[in-house]
Design a binder for this molecule. Structure first.
Ligand code: HEM
Ligand code: HEM
Length: 179
């Protein structure tokens, strides 16, 4: 097996775009908009919808990942680094699930389902930092951002430093050998 399942390839790149967009929009737009700004409801609606779609796609990706044949672990010539890379890939799933769980918990505590999707007209709380999961959500988002940066650097090192054509493993093509 030389490549990941094509469904995993599609979901990897789609989720990468959605998660990076969620991190940028969440930290630069959503949390920078005051809770009494009329745009806040729209921003929350978009962020929460996108977050829930990411959660759903991530569960589907995990199921396919556990059930499909995959290429052997990439070798970087150092046992410890190899094990670290394998662990980091599972940490991705853990962080995304924890991020979504803390977002959902915060939203429930703040009554957001009724306000944002039910049109209840109730005011938003002054700040989401009144709720415990808000701080966790921000911290997990930061850690996830750092892991993505490390993941991209590692991928580029494989591809251009070690020249092992790692990217082709996360792309389409013949999965049983050859090009
Ligand atoms: C933004 C979020 C991202 C997440 C959550 C993520 C997650 C993952 C995970 C979990 C794997 C391991 C395969 C698996 O278990 O399914 C993987 C592999 C890979 N990722 Fe990402 N990734 C992200 C972004 C990126 C970006 C931006 C790049 C490239 C610039 C990239 C390049 C790769 C490559 C080349 C592999 C294949 C590694 C191998 O063959 O072992 N990823 N990614
Ligand atoms: C993978 C999916 C998600 C990503 C990448 C993400 C990312 C972020 C980021 C970066 C922030 C700003 C953090 C800060 O600056 O401290 C944020 C805030 C927030 N997120 Fe998420 N989030 C996700 C899922 C969710 C979900 C599923 C919900 C709720 C259903 C949610 C609700 C919120 C709320 C209510 C805030 C607070 C906004 C404020 O303080 O004004 N998020 N998110």
């Amino acid at each position: 097996m030389t490549r990941y399942h094509p469904a995993l390839v599609v979901l990897h790149w789609l989720l990468a775009l959605m998660i990076i967009a969620g991190l940028i929009m969440g930290s630069q737009v959503l949390s920078e908009t005051a809770n009494d700004d009329p745009f806040k409801l729209t921003a929350l609606r978009m962020h929460m919808t996108m977050g829930l779609v990411i959660l759903g796609l991530m569960v589907i990706r995990l199921v396919i990942r556990l059930r499909s044949a995959k290429p052997p672990h990439a070798d970087i010539g150092n046992g410890l680094l190899n094990k670290g890379a394998q662990a980091a890939h599972w940490v991705f799933y853990l962080l995304v699930f924890a991020l979504c769980a803390s977002g959902i918990a915060m939203a429930k505590m703040a009554g957001l389902p009724d306000i944002v999707f039910g049109g209840s007209g109730a005011p938003l709380p002054e700040s989401f930092f009144e709720f415990g999961p808000r701080k966790a959500h921000g911290t997990i988002a930061l850690v996830l951002g750092l892991l993505i940066a490390a993941h991209v650097i590692a991928g580029l090192y494989h591809q251009y430093g070690r020249k092992d054509r790692l990217f082709s493993r996360m792309w389409f093509g013949n999965r049983t050998g050859g090009e």
